[in-house]
Design a protein around this ligand. Sequence first.
Ligand SMILES: Nc1ccn([C@@H]2O[C@H](COP(=O)(O)OP(=O)(O)OP(=O)(O)O)[C@@H](O)[C@H]2O)c(=O)n1
Ligand SMILES: C[C@](O)(CO)[C@H](O)COP(=O)(O)O
Length: 259
Amino acid sequence: MSIESPDLAPSGGTAISEGPGARTAVIIPAAGKGVRLGPGAPKALRVLSGTPMLIHAVRATARARAVGLVVVVAPAGGTTEVRALLDENELSGVVVVPGGETRQESVRLGLDVLPPSVDTVLVHDAARPLVPAETVDAVADAVRNGAPAVVPALPVTDTVKEVEPHGEGGPEPVTGTPDRSRLRAVQTPQGFARKVLVEAHARVALQGEGATDDAGMVERLGVDVVVVPGHEEAFKVTRPLDLVLAEAVLARRRARDAY
Ligand SMILES: Nc1ccn([C@@H]2O[C@H](COP(=O)(O)OP(=O)(O)OP(=O)(O)O)[C@@H](O)[C@H]2O)c(=O)n1
Ligand SMILES: C[C@](O)(CO)[C@H](O)COP(=O)(O)O
């Protein structure tokens, strides 16, 4: 990713390059609290091998061939801290905007600051800090080759049950067992033709409904969404055990690089 252009600097710096990458932007929603990870700093600012998760995620996406612009959606009161962190890590061209109450709102706030030249948008969780650049490029390429919406995903390894949830912690009645061969566990970055994602966010906001991923909102427009292979290292850091796995992946990468 090369970085230039002064037109867009909500909180200092801009990152839109010349060349093919200039048309593809990544929005990194990083404004979540990380409740499931337990008490501490906002999840995106917690460290893995001494480096905040958000910095891993920015580097992972910026490394991709396709990416020309990175927009980080920071915790609402944390934009100054995030800006400083990016500058310290020589990522000054990354744009920072404050986030919202929900992931959906945070993504929309990122979409609002994209320059007109961007026609392909990837949305990548800060909570998936170890995504390989190849996965980012595979998603971007699929969009640039004509798919309006693309999600990386892996086959499900557990058998999945549908239940009647009652939220009381006791046994829950099972209502079905979906055919596992048709199920995929969806990751990020999810990639979109910009106008499709903008429309999805506008429409779903009007309907007042939430969605757990961006592709789910696009599906509601009746637009086709396709799956490309995800990667096991693109897992989401959600619970404390995921931190252990992330450290192990980083240690494996360091060992590999040492040879
Ligand atoms: N209001 C929010 C909520 C979430 N996110 C981001 O969306 C991604 C996926 O969300 P998740 O893993 O659920 O993160 P948290 O909301 O932080 O986790 P929790 O639900 O455990 O609090 C994360 O990078 C998170 O920072 C965001 O930008 N704005
Ligand atoms: C977008 C996502 O990472 C795809 O798997 C996931 O839906 C985010 O869910 P969360 O509950 O907000 O972590």
